[in-house]
Design a protein around this ligand. Sequence first.
Ligand code: GLC
Length: 554
Amino acid sequence: MAKQNELAWWQRTIAYEVYPKSFLDTRGQGTGTIAGITAKLDYLQKLGVGAVWITPCYRSPMVDNGYDVADYYQIDPSFGTMDDMDELIARGREHGIRMVMDLVFNHTSEECAWFVESRSSRDNAKADWYIWRDAREDGSAPTNWRSIFGGSAWEWDEGRQQYYLHTFAKQQPDLNWENPEVRQALFDIANYWADKGVGGFRIDAITYIKKPAEFVDGPADGADGMSAVHAATANTPGILDFLHEFKAKVRDGRDIFMVGEANGVSADELDQWVGEQGVFDLLFEFSHTLIPMHPSEVWCRKAEWTLPDLKRALAASQVATATNGWYPAFFENHDQPRSTVNYFQCAGPLAEKAKVLGAVLLTTRGTPFLMQGEELGYGNAPWKSIDEFDDLSTRNQYQFALSEGLDEDGALAACVRYSRDNARTPMQWDASANAGFSSAEPWLPVHDDYATCNVVAQEADPSSVLNWYRKLAALRAERPVFTVGDWTALLVDDEQIMAFERTLDDSRAVTLVNFSDEPAVYDASLVEGLEQLACSQGTSTAGVLRPFEAVIWG
Ligand code: GLC
């Protein structure tokens, strides 16, 4: 198939996100290591993975688990050494797996040498490498913007007698991309890693790098009188100029891919962001992840949504990337709750729900991005108290919920439902102590059901979520219709079924999944003349789906 050969390696493969702190601890310290990833390359290869996105493992004070980088040229000692990383890159390539580094370029850690210098005076060489502003006349912050993690987005610096801007935590000062020296310093970092032979980059929080020409108060959107910084600074005109420069100086001429994290970009803008004329190869946009949440992204506010809403959001991205660019298909990442909880509004077995989502991910058009553990079908973790959470945004959402008038139980329930820590609990490898993740007490708890929900147990069970993922990964690799085939939504208004069709020359495949706990009927002529390639519950009858059944015809 000529068309299949025309795809780049990263379009034909499956990508897998590793949260290194929770993947595998080879040192008995309770947190994962780089060597732990190397030790599991066989496991990843069996899952059909060709690209591993590693969340930041650079030297960091770990206020935001590595998204606060102190030195982009060093590995944090808690994860190992640069030799460990070089070894991982090399061993990975032997397994046909390339590493994807996470570039955190909107901000650094306050401990980064650049910031230490920048804050030291108003006239040092890096004085304007960050966003500094004077106080208002009454001494208050320059604007009423609320940071993404809560509280003011401005922090007063005693030394400079000025405020600096932080879109996220106060320990994560925003860089000033207007300064060409800053941009060059960042491109140098990317090139250093590309020269090491990594397969690509995931670019963090990239929609915030361009600040508006004028800084003005936004309309208050919460009881605190503040206005979300996102509304003022996300996807500001002019941002694409910076990113075209990034592409020219880093991406061009290399066999790598760049996937941007683009909260604030919608499907109808994708053509400017991806493809030949765009700036990235792929873009994580979040319209579908926002469906199960209140539009304000405040966890304690109630979300109202239906399956057709979710389908419309997913279809918009498919349509936008049908002829230009490429789509990263995902339900989970380290900032999301587990998808078996997030995308279902009725009770039912987690394993069956996981198979429904797996069928969508692995047969849709685009490169599937799996979050570690998604292939085992975890639910959210059984949090019992706010003190068990590590994530700073969870703590902030808890406080915000209290300030909105919820009681402690209500605030906790919101965190249990949406916390980012749900995706960050340790990988469950086997039934031994701490699920085989570490010989020491893990930094976050493993699930109560780890004795049965783990890799070893699922490998031995032909009907497990893991074996479903492996089966679909193999199907996807064998049949070009699943990679290059066109994508068309079916049954768009159906309230129970998500369905789509893939077509390539004479071949046709249809995926049908039931998101509900009731049987769901559809017109059997949709699958006439097709064979059943995979069914999550034995054998399916054309025209009807059992509760949470997933079937692929082709
Ligand atoms: C991105 C990361 C998230 C992090 C934030 C700040 O959204 O995915 O985990 O907290 O950026 O760097």
